[in-house]
Design a protein around this ligand. Structure first.
Ligand SMILES: Cc1cc2nc3c(=O)[nH]c(=O)nc-3n(C[C@H](O)[C@H](O)[C@H](O)COP(=O)(O)OP(=O)(O)OC[C@H]3O[C@@H](n4cnc5c(N)ncnc54)[C@H](O)[C@@H]3O)c2cc1C
Length: 428
């Protein structure tokens, strides 16, 4: 049976970026990428809002996103790939208390030369037809909504077309002769002794053993290194061989509301915040319901990242919950933005974050010839190039990865043993 240098399980954005970086750095290695779906990027990559922001308090996040966005810019400049990169910006609407808490964070961001501007609530009220004094409304008070005091606009932030990015990676890795097999599901990770003695129950605990590939729906695949980039499905494979990647699946939902009235059209195409004359990606104060301007479909995409009491639970085909919009998002959004009164979603979908419940950052480590790359915690797309490079450096046994733009990143910083990441203070 042929032995590959590496088999990568999962052709989501992370498996694709990892395959691309490994093959770029080691063109002679035989790499096989498998996925249980019929095409690349059909897992949670396809469910994403595809937003990015180069504005984080943690240096880890900043480094991973900044270098990836620079890579996106590079890809966008190629004649073959248009990622539809749109710098619409992020607009955080903040209560007085929130602004007070965030002020020291902003000061340290300014020291890092991260650009942002501050808007007074009254100006935002005028520009967006925004109700800033919501607590005058009894229902809003009962819901614990907060008045808007200020807004922070971050310009180095926006969206890409995630399908285009998937296409770019798939085309490139095929061109570099990465073998790809779809409809191929890894069922178990193969754990075998280094020197088999043919004893039943091998590997026995006293034998030197490691991972030698995967058993799939289409038979065994042998590889020197097995790379699990299976997103929320990773632990279904890993826990069977006693490995845990510090990740829990958490459902997330998006609701698309068409800009079907003149007031909503005006809001979607608000002038003055960016060169596109578009509403920025906007985050309401509390609860932090957010909306993306989906310009290509003249719509707003709404979401909210809820936690307690939502279960950590792997779902093969998660469904959006009508009431999550009706009694949740709608009630909050329409209090701040009366343009949405009576507006209902024309479509909706749900996916799952692979959430690292400890620090919300990706996890990349090696154990027994098995590399795990994932736990992207809801920001895998905006970090994919950096994550792919770090996984490729780990594969090559390097201490540091070279990120796009040449910054070095210590591989073990995202590992489990010598993990070194800073907690993030600007969480949505
Ligand atoms: C609603 C929502 C909104 C989001 N918005 C954003 C955003 O705005 N910006 C951002 O950066 N990120 C966002 N994310 C997060 C982002 O989508 C993920 O971090 C990213 O897609 C993770 O990529 P992945 O390759 O790890 O996982 P996936 O895309 O899920 O890929 C995993 C792949 O592994 C395959 N697989 C699994 N098990 C097996 C097996 N046993 N055998 C073979 N194949 C297998 C699956 O079929 C799948 O294709 C969002 C996520 C959701 C759900």
């Amino acid at each position: 049976m042929m032995e590959y240098d590496a088999v990568i399980v999962g052709a989501g954005i992370i498996g694709l970026a990892t395959a691309y970086q490994i093959k770029k750095q080691r063109p002679n290695d035989q790499i096989l990428l498998i996925d249980k779906f019929s095409a690349a990027g059909q897992g949670n990559t396809a469910k994403s809002a595809a937003m990015f922001r180069c504005f984080f308090s943690s240096n880890t996040n900043l480094t991973l996103v900044n270098s990836t966005v620079e890579f996106f810019k590079h890809v966008q400049s190629l004649p073959t790939a248009d990622l539809k990169l749109k710098y619409v910006g992020y607009l955080w609407l903040l209560s007085k208390k929130q602004y007070g808490t965030i002020t020291p964070v902003l000061a340290s961001m300014a020291q890092k030369n991260l650009e942002y501007s501050v808007f007074e609530g009254s100006e935002l009220a005028e520009r967006l037809n925004l109700r800033i004094a919501v607590t005058g409304n009894e229902e809003a008070r009962m819901m614990g909504l907060k008045d808007v005091d200020k807004g922070i606009l971050v310009p180095k932030a926006g969206s890409i077309d995630i399908d285009r990015l998937v296409q770019f990676y798939e085309t490139e890795i095929r061109r570099m002769h990465v073998e790809i097999r779809y409809h191929t599901e890894a069922e178990t990770i193969l754990a075998e002794p280094q020197d088999s003695l043919g004893i039943p129950g091998e590997p026995l605990f006293w034998q030197e053993s490691g991972v030698t590939g995967v058993d799939t729906s289409s038979g065994k695949i042998k590889a020197k290194k097995t790379i699990i980039a299976a997103g929320v499905w990773a632990n279904s494979l890993l826990t069977k061989v006693g490995i845990y990647s510090s990740m829990e699946p958490l459902k997330r939902q998006l609701f698309s509301v068409k800009a079907s009235t003149p007031e909503l059209k005006q809001l979607l195409h608000t002038k003055g915040f960016n060169k596109r004359d578009s509403l920025p990606f906007t985050i309401l104060p509390s609860p932090k319901v957010y909306m993306k301007p989906a310009l290509e479909e003249e719509a707003f995409w709404f979401s909210y990242g809820d936690h307690f009491p939502r279960a950590y639970q792997l779902e093969e085909d998660p469904q959006p919950e009508e009431n999550f919009y009706r009694y949740g998002i709608y009630q909050v959004a329409s209090k701040y933005l009366p343009q949405f009164v009576g507006a209902h979603p024309s479509s909706s979908w749900a996916g799952q974050y692979a959430l690292n419940t400890i620090d919300g950052q990706p996890v990349i480590f090696e154990q027994n010839n098995l590399i795990v790359v994932g736990s992207c915690s809801g920001s895998g797309n905006m970090k994919c190039d950096a994550i792919g490079r770090i996984a490729a450096a780990l594969y090559a046994g390097e201490e540091y990865a070279q990120l796009y733009g040449n910054e070095r990143f210590r591989v073990s910083d995202l590992g489990l043993k010598n993990r070194n990441v800073e907690p993030e203070k600007l969480i949505i």
